[in-house]
Write a protein that binds this ligand. Structure first.
Ligand SMILES: Cc1cc2nc3c(=O)[nH]c(=O)nc-3n(C[C@H](O)[C@H](O)[C@H](O)COP(=O)(O)OP(=O)(O)OC[C@H]3O[C@@H](n4cnc5c(N)ncnc54)[C@H](O)[C@@H]3O)c2cc1C
Length: 256
């Protein structure tokens, strides 16, 4: 995959060029690409656990397109950052690029932005998502205090996709195998789970239809307030990210 050779003139954020230092398969569907090099000094870290960057690629028509990815971990000592990519077949730009990435390759990115960090005032935490949200969920679980309590439900296509996540002893992590991609799989868990007392802090991100089902489960069935829920689609089945982002302006793309 060719890399972007120039930055988007519309973006006020500086683009940073990083070099692939290592590539590690975490599961057959998730590959971690570790990026570093001299460009790392320009990376301005943020405190949010879901911090994300825009990766820049060139498409078949030599146009620059961006793809959004969570920064899973920043290692300031080693001057590297990790991005965990879902490998979802031969379609797309970022997934296939990551599957083939080798040390020495370069990647241009912009950012980071960010929107969520665990609310220290919460009584408990509820984390919901699919494999694309595992980097953000894993970072949030690691940021929780050791006495935190809560539940994570993560939907995956198959058993071999699950991976061990570090979490406080009081936070259960459940992998929900959803082979048919039923949009209600996570919402059904939310409706059926034992509900704890006190204020819940929710982080829910993943495939768009699944997030729409969660919107109903969280706001209508569980009666939560907007302010205690971080909810958005990270991608939409059958859509490139460009189409997915464009559809946010249409009824089909609206979650909240
Ligand atoms: C804030 C934010 C953070 C994100 N963080 C991550 C992250 O850390 N890791 C990560 O892997 N993704 C993450 N995503 C999702 C990622 O941006 C999309 O999956 C993106 O579409 C992938 O680009 P692509 O070039 O591989 O595929 P595209 O060219 O966008 O799409 C090609 C085809 O692949 C399908 N497709 C795209 N993603 C998936 C998927 N996950 N599973 C199955 N099919 C898919 C599309 O529906 C389309 O049919 C994040 C998204 C957002 C908005």
């Amino acid at each position: 995959m060719a890399l972007a050779s120039r930055t988007s003139s519309r973006s006020p954020r500086p683009a940073i060029d990083l070099t692939v230092v290592a590539s590690t398969w975490l599961t057959p569907q998730l590959v971690r690409v570790t990026l570093g090099g001299t460009g790392f000094t320009q990376f301005e870290d943020r405190p949010e656990t879901d911090k994300y960057v825009k990766l820049m690629f060139t498409d078949a028509d030599s146009l620059i397109v961006t793809r959004t990815y969570t920064v899973r971990r920043v290692d300031h000592e080693a001057q590297t950052l990790d991005i965990d990519f879902v490998v979802h077949g031969d379609d797309g730009l970022a997934g296939p690029w990551a599957a083939a990435a080798e040390p020495g390759a370069t990647l241009r990115l912009m950012g980071p932005g960010g929107g969520y960090a665990p609310n220290p005032e919460a009584s408990w935490y509820l984390y919901l998502g699919d494999l694309s949200a595992v980097p953000a969920i894993a970072a949030a679980l690691e940021a929780l205090p050791t006495d935190a309590v809560g539940v994570a439900y993560i939907e995956v296509d198959s058993d071999d996709t699950a991976l061990a996540l570090e979490a406080p002893a009081g936070v259960e992590v459940h992998w929900v195998v959803n082979t048919d991609h039923a949009p209600e799989a996570l919402a059904d868990r939310v409706r059926g789970m034992p509900w704890r007392e006190g204020m819940v802090d929710v982080f829910a991100h993943g495939e768009r239809e699944s997030m729409k089902a969660l919107r109903r489960a969280l706001f209508e069935d569980r009666g939560l307030d907007r302010g205690q829920v971080s909810l958005s689609g990270y991608w939409a089945r059958g859509r490139t990210e460009d189409r997915f982002q464009a559809e946010k302006r249409e009824p089909i793309g609206q979650i909240l």
